[in-house]
Design a protein around this ligand. Structure first.
Ligand SMILES: [Mg+2]
Length: 445
């Protein structure tokens, strides 16, 4: 697989009809924004995250990655690998501002785009074919526009479906190999004619939804690469991974991904919000989130819907508000799972301040039954629903807990977790000057 040439004439461009999906992903977003806003950081190893004993890295610059620093890594480990690492607390207001600008630039290309967190989006260019828009050149132009307007780098994947587009954007980015930075092509086109051969050679953990817990389980089964999945039947895989994950992985291994780019998500959402009579602080906010998760789960179930995106909204007494959201590879309608995700999202929100409103919103909704991608933790329900002879529902619940743990890890990787950052531990005067938000309940000052 090589990056596509863009010199084809329109009539010859194979991406025109067959590969209309783009996945755009900003490079090392939080860390890049910090470097953008403070030129003194250029060329230095920079990370955003919690600097305290229990802190976790949310984003690391390429310079930091050269030392082996990765997102989701404990900050203590990161500092051991890179003693000169500058760990900055996150400034989510600033990230949200740039995220809106990023989505705005994508919106100039097409209205059919689906944001995935702050720094990623899918686009569907099928409707633009008749206007002569070709996906690969459009991807190059979009990357160039983001670079010139925002001074940020991104990777763009161009492919037939979301699965391949997301895998391709990673290939488009620069990589660190053996401590050296290897520049990426910026745009990576997956040729539909050879896509399954390319996919077969990727490690299973490259697949969306396969986090460390699921990857470890697959590894125990001797299934380290996507090609290995072709050797096992879905029934065998179900016995080990549960039916939802097994059917998802079998589809992915064949290169199948029926998910559409959902550009109309804001309309299709369900939510539960409450303004409190007396403002809440700390664990009382989490207790309220649990109640909200119960209400939301009931509403989803009543309507036969599953949610793939969960958002939390926190409004403070001072009227400013914070939103966090995460989109998953699978759908949920389960109270316990919704709460686990809400709690992880709230881990990067300052709950030491007085909270007057808490909202939980579900979007990217799927009809239950139409989706093979469903996660359920409710063992009683699963037992009732399981046909005779199905794999043990207790075991299903266990593997689904692992998938949920991966999803929670993913949230912590994106936003950092509730690590109480004390600015004195940051060790840099730089961090103090910025007056930014710490990760977690304590406020940086
Ligand atoms: Mg990114």
């Amino acid at each position: 697989m090589r990056p596509s040439a863009t010199s084809n004439s329109p009539s010859e461009d194979p991406s025109l009809v067959e590969a209309p999906i783009l996945h755009v992903d900003l490079d090392a977003f939080f860390a890049s924004v910090e470097i953008l806003d403070d030129p003194r950081l250029v060329g230095r190893p920079v990370a955003v995250g919690g600097a305290g004993e229990r802190g976790v890295i949310a984003s690391a610059s390429y310079e930091a990655r050269r030392y082996g620093v990765r997102s989701a890594m404990a900050s203590v480990t990161a500092l051991r690998r890179c003693p000169g690492l500058i760990i900055l607390p996150g400034r989510f207001e600033r990230y949200e501002e740039l995220s809106a600008q990023f989505h705005g630039l994508i919106g100039e290309l097409t209205s059919r785009y689906e944001p995935l967190g702050l720094d990623e989006a899918f686009c569907d260019l099928r409707g633009l074919q008749r206007h002569g828009v070709r996906p690969v050149p459009a991807a190059h132009e979009l990357a160039e526009r983001i670079r010139s307007v925002m001074s940020l780098e991104c990777g763009v994947g161009v492919a037939r479906n979301k699965l391949f587009a997301k895998l391709a954007s990673r290939e488009a980015k620069s990589k660190v190999l053996a401590g050296r930075l290897v520049p990426g092509p910026g745009v990576f086109y997956v040729d539909p004619g050879t896509e399954t051969r390319w996919l077969a050679e990727l490690p299973v953990r490259a697949l969306w939804g396969v986090g460390p817990a699921t990857a470890a389980k697959l590894d125990q089964l001797g299934l380290g690469f996507v090609r290995d999945l072709a050797r096992v039947s879905e029934a065998d895989l179900s016995a080990h991974l549960g039916s939802a994950m097994a059917s998802t992985l079998v589809s992915f291994a064949r290169g199948e991904d029926p998910r559409e780019v959902l550009s109309d998500r804001p309309v299709k959402s369900l939510g539960h919000e409450q303004t409190f009579g007396r403002s809440l602080v700390g664990s009382d906010v989490l207790d309220a989130a649990r109640t909200h998760a119960g209400v939301l789960a009931r509403t989803l179930r009543e309507r036969g819907l599953l949610a793939r995106t969960l958002s939390v909204i926190v409004r403070y007494d001072e009227r400013d508000e914070v939103r966090r959201s995460q989109t998953l590879a699978f759908g949920l309608d389960d109270e316990e799972a919704l709460y686990a995700l809400a709690e992880a999202l709230l881990g990067s929100v300052d709950l030491a301040r007085s909270v007057r409103l808490l909202g939980l919103h579900a979007s990217s909704l799927l009809l239950r039954g139409q989706s093979q991608i469903q996660l359920r933790l409710d063992v009683d329900d699963a037992e009732a629903a399981a046909p005779p002879g199905a794999a043990s529902s207790a075991q299903d619940a266990q593997v689904e807990r692992e998938a949920l743990r991966d999803a929670v890890d993913e949230i912590r990787r994106r936003f950092g977790q509730g690590a109480l950052t004390r600015v004195s531990e940051l060790g840099t005067a730089l961090a103090r000057q910025r007056g930014a938000h710490a990760f977690g309940p304590s406020r940086a000052r």
